[in-house]
Design a protein around this ligand. Structure first.
Ligand code: GDP
Ligand code: GDP
Length: 436
């Protein structure tokens, strides 16, 4: 089940990004920045009443020098394509403007659920200013103040009512759900076509299926696979689709439903900043990851090329040290046969459960070889370890003083766990919790 999405639409300066920041709120602050991962603030995860969802600030997707109304139109289209609920932000102090009316017309025609936030209503005395917005035609309107954090609860309550019902897992437990992500033109569609065989080309556009994720199942050597959200790759032609930020957004949505993420790099063009950003999201989401260097056929190469390119990837993607790298050509299908066996292996590693006694033996050995750190005459003591989750594996260490668990020692433990068990391709989360 895809995470529900709220998209924020509205003309400039009505307070979209202020409202966006309020909705994603404290979450951002608790996310630790990892070196090498840059973050877009235009889409983020949020939570309200225990329901997780995505929020998109469409105003942040840079559409170049398009005329103002075209930009509005593109924003509304993004919202309509991507969102379960559109949050239409207007400025309560300005009243309805022509641009508001234009956007409203587009949204009304789309039949998407729309919740109107009348922003900049900073005090109860100003609430009368919201009434004229009823005439936009979306039913109830919600007075909010983004900058004061007023009214957002009622607004989100309303938005959540439009979310689709949470359903059960869509596929059989043994089916490997994969997502193919990457910048525009790295070869995502070509790779999917190569995996599916010529006969099942995913080019046709089915009218009316604008945002529904289209998944493509296939079977190989007795293993069931699903490539999720191939719809995101097929769509062509709208102005915003070629923008890099939109491609990051697509990647985030696709990887949300995947076990294994193939993050594509164009070998001919080399590594770009955007590649790192996209891969960073896959890492943060805790997916199993395979780095695929595509267009191997078009790369100028000698016997050292693969080794050199691998080294470059390891330098640029330090946070993905665990991810295997596959070089191939989706176009000529050269080296394609290497891919699915690796996908299968990393999927298995992602769901690996280590028996508690074995885990504790490995940690005792690790501590014996490299004693735990001390600070102010206090030594970190690891009393017990247990794996509390899979996909990705999460290990909790019960310790005397969690603050003594420094980054470097955590990494040391991680490396030891990776040596002992087959965790290639999967992130591994290690937490220290206080318990004597
Ligand atoms: P965006 O262009 O729609 O993303 O708008 P911003 O979020 O950047 O806000 C535009 C301006 O309106 C900024 O100066 C904000 O500080 C201000 N603003 C946003 N929300 C409120 C609000 O609730 N009350 C008041 N008084 N100002 C606000
Ligand atoms: P997407 O935007 O990531 O889905 O990329 P496409 O699959 O549409 O491919 C973009 C372009 O790269 C097309 O012109 C493809 O023919 C080309 N392409 C894709 N894979 C390969 C490859 O392995 N080798 C070469 N030489 N070109 C490729």
């Amino acid at each position: 089940m895809a995470k529900p999405t709220i998209a924020i639409v509205g003309r400039p300066n009505v307070g979209k990004s202020t409202v966006f920041n309020r909705i994603i709120g404290e979450r951002v602050a608790i996310v630790q920045d990892e070196p090498g991962i840059t973050r877009d603030r235009l889409y983020n995860n949020a939570e309200w009443l225990n329901r997780e969802f995505f929020v998109i600030d469409t105003g942040g997707i840079d559409l170049g020098d398009e005329p103002f109304l075209d930009q509005m139109r593109a924003q509304a289209e993004i919202a309509i394509d991507e969102a379960d609920v559109v949050l239409f932000v207007v400025n309560g102090r300005d009243g309805i403007t022509t641009a508001d009316q234009e956007a409203a017309n587009l949204l009304l025609r789309s039949k998407k659920p729309v919740v109107v936030a009348v922003n900049k209503i900073d005090s109860p005395a100003m609430q009368t200013q919201m009434y004229e917005f009823y005439s936009l035609g979306f039913g109830d309107v919600y007075p909010v103040s983004g900058s004061h954090g007023i009214g957002l609860g009622d607004l989100l309550d309303r938005a959540l009512e439009h979310f689709p019902d949470q359903s059960e897992k869509e596929y059989d437990e043994d089916t490997i759900q994969m997502a193919v992500i990457g910048r525009p033109n790295v070869g995502k569609s070509s790779l999917v076509n190569a995996l599916l065989g010529e006969e099942r080309v995913i080019v046709s556009e089915i009218a009316g299926t604008t945002r529904d994720a289209i998944d493509t199942p296939f079977e190989k050597d007795g293993q069931e696979y699903v490539i999720v959200d191939t719809a995101g790759m097929r769509r062509r032609g709208k102005v915003y689709e070629a923008t890099e930020k939109y491609s990051v957004l697509r990647a985030m949505k696709a990887l949300e439903r995947a076990d294994v993420v193939l993050t594509l790099i164009d070998g001919e063009q080399g590594i770009k900043e955007q590649d790192k950003k996209i891969a960073g999201y896959a890492h943060e989401a805790g997916r199993a990851i395979v780095i695929v260097v595509n267009k191997w056929d078009a790369m100028e190469k000698d016997e050292k090329t693969m080794q050199e390119f691998t080294q470059k990837i390891r330098e640029e993607f330090q946070f993905l040290a665990y991810a295997p790298i596959v070089f191939l050509s989706a176009k000529t299908k050269k080296r394609m046969k290497n891919l699915l066996p690796i996908v299968k292996t990393v999927a298995e590693n992602h769901s690996l459960r280590v028996p508690t006694n074995v885990l504790n033996d490995v940690i005792s050995d690790a501590v014996a070889m490299n004693p735990t750190p001390t600070e102010h005459n206090k030594r970190l003591r690891i009393n017990y370890a247990t794996q509390v989750a899979i996909a990705p594996p999460v290990v909790v260490l019960f310790v005397n003083e969690p603050e003594l668990m420094h980054f470097s020692y955590r990494r040391y433990i991680e490396n030891k766990l990776r040596e002992a068990f087959h965790f290639e391709g999967t992130p591994l989360k290690i937490y220290a919790r206080k318990k004597n």
